[in-house]
Every structure is written in structure tokens, then in C-alpha cells.
Design a binder for this molecule. Structure first.
Ligand code: SAH
Length: 264
């Protein structure tokens, strides 16, 4: 007897919505998302759509009414809770826009809980557009099936960030000049990785970071990595070490799908 196909189908489109979702609610979708659902996915009334709100979890909704440029969805059932995000922050010095956006997107896919843009002496960029970063993270979360978005902190100068650093959070200072092998240095509990700009940290910044009681200088190997490469490498090693990737359940798009695959 063939297994009953998982519902909703894997091809079901998935969208982030700014409104807090509850069963029975009606959600109006307009703009690019409406174009995607009606123009690209060519959905018809009754078609399933997965929605998540970064607050209450992920829901199955169905298309209830279609207009010319917008459509209404009715929220049917809750599929799963908002994920418990791994407690890792990334503190990324500003780098060129497209690579900075790439780090924001990858940080979301890899599961970080907070993204802190940092201003340092050698940054060639000195401002960041939060709404652009958030848009990249939303797209990444929709695609990778996260039910939570990383929090984006306001742009902060390095010195101020260190001054206000929470005493219970390990700050892994990724330093190409040398440090403990990162895999070895990672402890358990709240963590953060700090990545410099294209030109690295200057001597006084390097000394200030190293003097911080929560900071541990760590090495990501013998090669000088681009800042964006270092960011993804550091997050990946932390996630693997902290067992986040060992939890298969997070890889199922819904608990139902997990049960169907016998994962639960
Ligand atoms: N000043 C460097 C370039 C900095 S690379 C140079 O000599 O050209 C940008 C950032 O990536 C660094 O500030 C550091 O945070 C991180 N990084 C790059 N390679 C690294 C490594 N092997 N170990 C630890 N961090 C590294």
C-alpha cells in the first residue's frame, strides 16, 4: 500500500507575513508576494500556502479570494511552533554592500539568532540599510523553512559593542593573526562570532578585543579568508559543534511530513 503523500505537498509556496497569525484569520497578500503566488505559482482558489510570522509559528492557509493585484488567504491549521533558535550571534564589521547582504542571507539560513552590524576603523562602508538586510533574511527564511528571523541589531561602533557586552555570552574573536583553533575553543552556551572588515582590525582594536573578559581569539585555519567566507565558516563550525545540525526534526517542513517520513 503506497504511503499517503505528505500534506501540504513539498511544493507548497511559503511566505513570511508581518501580522501575527491565528487559525481562522484572513491574510491579505499584495505586491511582490501576490505576484509570486498568482503570476509565478499560478495558484487558484483553494490552493495551499504556508505562512509564518516569526512569532507564533507556521500555518497552513488556503487561497480564499483572488483580486487583480492581491489575494486573500484563510489561515486553516497551525503546522508547527516557532523554532527555538540556536543562541549564536554574528557581529559582522561592515563590508561592501553585496557581500554584507550575502552574509546576512547566509546567517539566516545557518540559523543565527541575532545579526549585529559593527563599525570599525577600517570599514570602507559606514552605514547599513536595515530594511534591505531584513528583506534578504525574509527571503532566506522562506526558502530554508525557518520559522524565525534573526534579530537585526542597530549599527554599533566596536568600542560601544564591547562596553555593553553581556557577561554570559562568549565572544569568539575571529583573528587571522592567530588564536585557538575555533572547534577546540567553542564552549556550550550563548555565543557570538566577531568578524572584521576587508582590511581586518587595526592593532589597537585587536588589543582592545583581546583584553575583553568575554573574548577568545580564535583561528579559522592558516589561510586569510575573506570576511564573508570567515563569517559563514565560523557560524557553520559553531552550529556543528553545538549539535544544531544533529536534530533531523528541524529539517522536516512540518511535523506531519516528519511523521509521514517516520522521522518523529
Ligand atoms: N587583514 C587581513 C584581512 C582581514 S580578513 C589581511 O591580512 O588582508 C577579514 C576578517 O576575516 C578578519 O578580520 C577576521 O575576522 C576574519 N578572518 C579571515 N581569515 C581568518 C582566519 N584564518 N582565522 C580567523 N579569522 C579570520
Amino acid at each position: 500500500m503506497p504511503a499517503t503523500p505528505a500534506w501540504p505537498p513539498k511544493s507548497t509556496p511559503r511566505l513570511f507575513v508581518e501580522q501575527t497569525l491565528v487559525e481562522g484569520a484572513s491574510v491579505n497578500i499584495s505586491g511582490n508576494s501576490a505576484h509570486y503566488l498568482m503570476g509565478v505559482m499560478r495558484l487558484k482558489e483553494g490552493a495551499p500556502v504556508k505562512l509564518f510570522d516569526d512569532i507564533s509559528g507556521e500555518y497552513l492557509a488556503t487561497v480564499s479570494n483572488m483580486g487583480k493585484r492581491d489575494l486573500d488567504l484563510t489561515v486553516e491549521t497551525r503546522l508547527r511552533d516557532r523554532e527555538v533558535t540556536p543562541d549564536l550571534w554574528i557581529c559582522q564589521a561592515l563590508i561592501k554592500k553585496d557581500r554584507f547582504d550575502w552574509v546576512a542571507e547566509k546567517s539566516c539560513e545557518l540559523g543565527v539568532s541575532r545579526f549585529l552590524p559593527v563599525l570599525t576603523a577600517r570599514c570602507v562602508v559606514d552605514k547599513v540599510k536595515d530594511d534591505r538586510l531584513r528583506a534578504h533574511m525574509i527571503e532566506a527564511a522562506e526558502q530554508c523553512e525557518r520559522t524565525a528571523l534573526p534579530q537585526i541589531a542597530p549599527l554599533t561602533r566596536l568600542e560601544a559593542m564591547l562596553q555593553d557586552w553581556p557577561a554570559d555570552r562568549s565572544l569568539y574573536f575571529c583573528d587571522e593573526r592567530g588564536g585557538e583553533p575555533f572547534l577546540q575553543a567553542i564552549g556550550y552556551g550563548p555565543g557570538a562570532v566577531l568578524i572584521g572588515p576587508e582590511g581586518g582590525f587595526n592593532d589597537s582594536e585587536n588589543a582592545t578585543i583581546r583584553a575583553h573578559p568575554c573574548a577568545t581569539p580564535v583561528s579559522l585555519g592558516p589561510r586569510i579568508l575573506r570576511a564573508d567566507t570567515a563569517a559563514v565558516a565560523a557560524i557553520s563550525v559553531w552550529m556543528a559543534k553545538n549539535g544544531v545540525w544533529a536534530d533531523r526534526r528541524l529539517q522536516c517542513s512540518t511535523d506531519l511530513a516528519c511523521k509521514a517520513e517516520g522521522e518523529a
